[in-house]
Write a protein that binds this ligand. Structure first.
Ligand code: GLY
Length: 575
């Protein structure tokens, strides 16, 4: 199948529903793709029109995002794809990066044990073994209907022919100062130092060739000449990733984590993501309160939501990491009685002090473990990207993918045209030291060879009466978890439509730093004053937390797409 990009665009504009960031969801009777870039959403929708299912569309969208949204879309990073087929079969495809085999617990510390600034963030040592290519290929080969060449065709065309840059994308690439430190990154993403202007066409011939090679021989990335090229490039830059690391990389098809919130069922991300577990734990606590009665945006509602997040993030910090290396007590953390005990510690009129929280005694082994393992600091940058797909048969995909920080390690393999992740920064770099974001995590997330760093990515599917209802996800490091919870609460407890819920003001609390983060200007000064009077520090959030979601209208079957108003390029594309 070959695509003519311009013809495709005109055809889509003429026949498809396009919307993004508006006041209302996009309505479509058959299928919907929502992502952070219109051209990536179009690629997915077109694949479904050509006979593909939701997985084909998700893989097409994922590869297209690697071209049109290079700050987070990627082939040099990793992600999670949550798939629910209309039969009810669920797969959680984990293609999170792993630490290279030569990684050590103290690799980001100097001889005195001090964390070396930026070593896990910028440059070759920050790079984890990329999982995206293997994960997308795995999903396509196991659950898609078309060929890899078919679903990669739009991405290849976009890379080769280019696409016009929006004002925001042009500005962001041109002004990212750490990109300029690496010659190939400067050449490709900053137009050789000249920078980009709005409307200029951004072509990526090296990336087009790389994508063609992957479409022809997908294993090349992990075993063939391409693997040697990647490893040799990283070795020359002083990184530790080898051909053996690439050859040994494995995709994991895991059991999703499941919970119930009031009358709906949640299917979400298990470890090595903390997302699904923290989401379900927060909702279990909130279920003990009448949020609808408290009133949308009221101080009482913000208080209850923030207190539930505080407790779930406290547990997240203490217990979560790669389940292939340490037992993660997911069953206990999402236990309803445990949440009920937590809910009793919430004072109706007073904010808790994070460092004084006392874990309920329901599971003594949790308290014993917490005493024996002091918490560790970890930096957790805020940039990922999420996309949601529902097809005409009711198959659904929620994918969150990342280079970690915007543009990852900022290192581009010039001959292959793609950026490498800095996912190593999602590990805890040093015991007992809060990071620049003030986030804290436990021993389970220390750096270790072949480990997956803890993630907050929370691709989520919600079922009502056993039927597909919501497909949710967001970007934004730890705020991903609370954004997904905020959106679900908005639709479920406050009766917002999916677009209103995605656009609604966000509430974030992550245990430490001990503060409630509220989007500025979007909560009344009276509400903020009441929260402050209850002992809370209230600050703006560090991140805008773009979300790209779909709801299914259960009475008509319509697919309702909601691309976040916070972002200029995102679109819901349906037909
Ligand atoms: N790197 C962002 C996350 O995995 O949560």
């Amino acid at each position: 199948m070959r695509f003519d990009l311009r013809a495709l665009l005109f055809a889509l504009i003429a026949t498809d529903c396009l919307a993004g960031g508006g006041a209302h969801p996009e309505h479509a009777s058959h299928a919907m793709v929502v992502s952070q870039h219109e051209l990536a959403s179009q690629a997915g929708a077109q694949i479904m029109k050509a006979g593909g299912n939701a997985v084909d569309a998700a893989v097409a969208t994922g590869f297209a995002l690697a071209v049109v949204h290079p700050n987070a879309g990627n082939i040099g990073g990793g992600g999670f794809m949550l798939i629910r087929m209309n039969s009810g079969e669920v797969h959680f495809v984990d293609y999170r990066e792993t630490a290279p085999a030569r990684a050590t617990e103290r690799m980001y510390q100097d001889a005195q044990g001090n964390v070396i600034p930026n070593l896990s963030l910028v440059g070759y040592q920050a790079v984890g073994v990329p999982g995206s290519v293997k994960g997308l290929v795995y999903a396509e080969q196991h659950f898609g209907k078309l060929t890899l060449q078919q679903v990669m065709a739009p991405a290849i065309r976009l890379a080769r022919e280019g696409f016009p840059l929006s004002w925001g994308a042009a500005r962001m690439m041109s002004t990212e100062k750490d990109l300029a430190r690496f010659a190939d990154s400067r050449r490709i993403f900053q137009n050789g130092g000249r920078g980009w202007r709005q409307g200029e066409v951004f072509k990526q011939p090296e990336l087009a060739r790389t994508l063609e090679r992957i479409a022809a021989i997908p294993d090349e990335f992990y075993h063939g000449r391409m693997a040697q090229e990647i490893a040799e490039f990283i070795r020359q830059g002083g990184g530790s990733l080898t051909t053996e690391d690439l050859a040994h990389y494995q995709v994991k098809d895991r059991e999703a984590v499941r919970g119930k919130y009031r009358n709906v069922e949640i299917v979400s991300a298990p470890p090595p993501s903390s997302g699904g577990t923290a989401l379900i734990e927060s909702l279990n606590i909130l279920e003990r309160f009448d949020l609808a009665q408290a009133g949308l945006g009221s101080a009482k509602s913000v208080h209850l939501i923030a207190e539930s997040y505080r407790r779930a993030f406290f547990d997240r910090a203490q217990f979560m990491g790669d389940p292939d290396f340490a037992a993660v007590p997911v069953t206990q953390l999402i236990d309803k009685d445990y949440a009920a005990a937590w809910s009793k510690s919430i004072e109706p009129e007073q904010g808790s002090v994070s460092l004084k929280l006392e874990r309920p005694a329901k599971f003594p082994e949790l308290n014993r473990y917490a005493r024996e393992h002091p918490v560790f600091g970890v930096a957790e940058p805020h940039h990922t990207t999420h996309y949601s797909v529902v097809d005409a048969e009711g198959n659904a995909v929620a994918t969150t993918t990342t280079l970690n920080d915007d543009y990852g390690s900022r290192v581009t393999i010039g001959s292959l045209g793609f950026l490498l992740n800095n996912e190593m920064d999602d590990f805890a770099a040093k015991p007992g030291v809060p990071n620049v974001y003030g986030l804290i995590q436990g021993a389970a997330n220390a750096v270790g060879p072949n480990k997956r760093p803890l993630s907050a990515m929370t691709p989520t599917i919600v079922l009502k009466k056993g039927k597909l209802w919501l497909v949710l996800g967001a970007e934004g490091g730890p705020t991903i978890i609370t954004s997904v919870a905020n959106i679900l609460i908005g639709v479920h407890d406050y009766g917002l439509d999916i677009q209103e819920a995605v656009n609604a003001p966000r509430i974030h609390q992550q245990w430490l730093p001990d503060r409630i983060e509220l989007e500025p200007g979007r909560f009344s000064p009276d509400t903020v004053r009441l929260l402050q009077a209850a002992g809370n520090k209230v600050t703006p959030p560090d991140v805008d937390g773009d979300a790209e979601c779909i709801a299914v209208d259960l009475s008509t079957g319509e697919r309702l797409g909601a691309s976040d108003a916070r972002n200029e390029n995102g679109r819901a594309v349906g037909y």
